[in-house]
Ligand binder design. Structure first.
Ligand code: ADP
Ligand code: MG
Ligand code: MG
Length: 247
């Protein structure tokens, strides 16, 4: 599904990704762990096509297509979803307006017709119910005044509505209490555990991985994947820290 080969990228003229390679097949969940400043979020931004995060070498294909050549909206329409460490707040735009526009713009790029307000509301409410999110939250401005846990649940509702093929979730577990962590973990499993879908889970801690069992764990240090293993590698990292492995 996703094939990253020898990817190099810079931010503000500084090289951050220094020859990163990673293959993700349909049906797989990959965890990426690593020390602060290693380039984990940068990887997510480069794959999402955010400005300022400039690829300078290597290749990335999504289902055989050159991802780096695609505009961000084309990437989303091709099934890529990015969940960020710090979800943006958008005062003045309600959650439903925002989500409906996001879904309809993807449908437009794919040549599908838009969902009506009523059709969309039904879908949004069903997803909110699955995440245990109150329907009132759908009417509120996007993420404004949401707690950390509410923002992350909201992100899962968004993911459920958009139905991506590949989700890249950056520190989705940061700042969550146990109940929210479990809700988010259940959401990832329910929405993304499927033979035709895949997840890259960027996380500092083992605890989310207790809910979402990764098939592979990678250590990203200084802009490269320096070690890969199975779920047991996360436990080893938790015990021994990154120092021994990333040195
Ligand atoms: P991680 O997510 O692994 O903690 P990041 O990808 O956020 O690491 O950051 C990797 C490096 O890139 C850090 O040294 C960080 O300071 C730098 N960096 C990231 N974004 C920017 C930016 N917008 N401007 C300048 N430097 C940046
Ligand atoms: Mg960080
Ligand atoms: Mg980060």
């Amino acid at each position: 599904m996703l094939n990253i080969e020898n990817l190099r990228a810079e931010v503000e003229g500084k090289e951050i990704l220094k020859g990163l390679s990673l293959q993700v097949n349909a049906g797989e969940i990959h965890a990426i762990m690593g020390p602060n400043g290693a380039g984990k979020s940068t990887l997510g931004y480069v794959l999402g096509g955010r400005g300022n995060y400039t690829p300078t070498g290597g290749t990335v294909t999504l289902n055989g297509e050159d991802l780096l050549e695609m505009e961000p909206d084309q990437r989303a329409a091709a099934g890529l979803f990015l969940g960020f460490q710090y979800p943006v707040e958008i005062p003045g735009i309600s959650n439903v307006q925002f989500l409906r526009e996001a879904l309809n713009s993807q449908r437009r790029v794919r040549g599908e017709g838009p969902l009506s307000g009523a059709e969309f509301l039904k879908l949004a409410r069903a997803q909110a119910d699955l995440l245990g999110m109150h329907h009132d939250m759908l009417k509120r401005p996007v993420n404004v005044g949401f707690s950390g846990g509410e923002k992350k649940r909201n992100e899962m509702v968004q993911m459920g509505i958009l139905g991506p093929k590949l989700a890249i979730l950056d520190e989705t577990d940061s700042g969550l209490d146990i109940d929210a962590l479990k809700a988010v973990g259940d959401g990832i499993n329910r929405i993304m555990r499927a033979p035709d879908k895949a997840v890259i889970l960027i996380t500092h801690y083992q605890r989310l991985l207790d809910y979402v069992k990764p098939d592979f764990v990678h250590v990203l240090a200084d802009g490269r994947i320096v070690r890969s293993g199975g779920a047991e590698l996360a436990h080893e990292l938790e015990r021994e820290g990154y120092g021994a492995i990333a040195a």
